[in-house]
Design a protein around this ligand. Sequence first.
Ligand SMILES: C[S@@+](CC[C@H](N)C(=O)[O-])C[C@H]1O[C@@H](n2cnc3c(N)ncnc32)[C@H](O)[C@@H]1O
Length: 244
Amino acid sequence: VNPSTHKKLLDLNRRFYSQYAAEFSGTRQQSWQGWRRILDRFEGRPGISILDLGCGNGRFAAASDRQLTAAVDYVGVDASAELIEEASWRLEDLDSVTFDVAVADVLSPRAPVWSGRQFDLVVLFGLLHHVPGAKRRAQLLSRAAKRVAPGGLMAVSFWQLGESERLMSRTIDPKEIGLTKKSLEEGDHLLKWGEREAVRYCHHSTPEEAADLVDAVGLPGIETYRADGKDGQMNLYWLLQAPD
Ligand SMILES: C[S@@+](CC[C@H](N)C(=O)[O-])C[C@H]1O[C@@H](n2cnc3c(N)ncnc32)[C@H](O)[C@@H]1O
């Protein structure tokens, strides 16, 4: 993906998450089933620090609070100011969660999120499919891996959108937004969302592509599985662990 296409795709998604923040957030009130298995690994600990990249409305902090008895120290980062605002009022209500949420583009190497502390758990849920270009997805994962504390975990979900006939029937021709098919990569889609048919850029990482990406991160993969959606197949998860 060349720089001008990259910018167009990012702008498209930024506009989407800004314009439809409230409606989108309405569809993201529940936890994903796949999260339970990750949080199970932290059962019985007195505390957990979490970095949530592309945190949306912060629902993963709420899920952690519900499942764990641990005190949760949560940092969430998202490009959408509207969703960060919602996250901050939602998390105010959670007694055992201390939190810091910020608006930032996680693709910017200069974003404050890339400097400073490390975390017991770093998560990227529903984020990678919005990152145009294989190289940038790999860079994002490598940067995220550096924020994992020794012995800590990184959890990534890959939306398997390309396997859904229903979703694939809702793609548009790139020409409709001034792009050509050739300017996109294999697995890139422009997908209509909701009744108003707002369009988002989404990339389908096949299981093979996801495994290659994870392999290149430099942390060993310790578990992979499918979960979520009606058939429990919507997301492909990978868990990676930093050495002690
Ligand atoms: C499908 S939502 C998932 C939100 C959240 N992780 C969840 O599971 O509810 C994708 C989120 O990624 C955010 N996002 C997309 N690209 C981003 C970027 N480059 N930097 C920061 N956030 C981004 C969007 O604003 C949106 O909130």
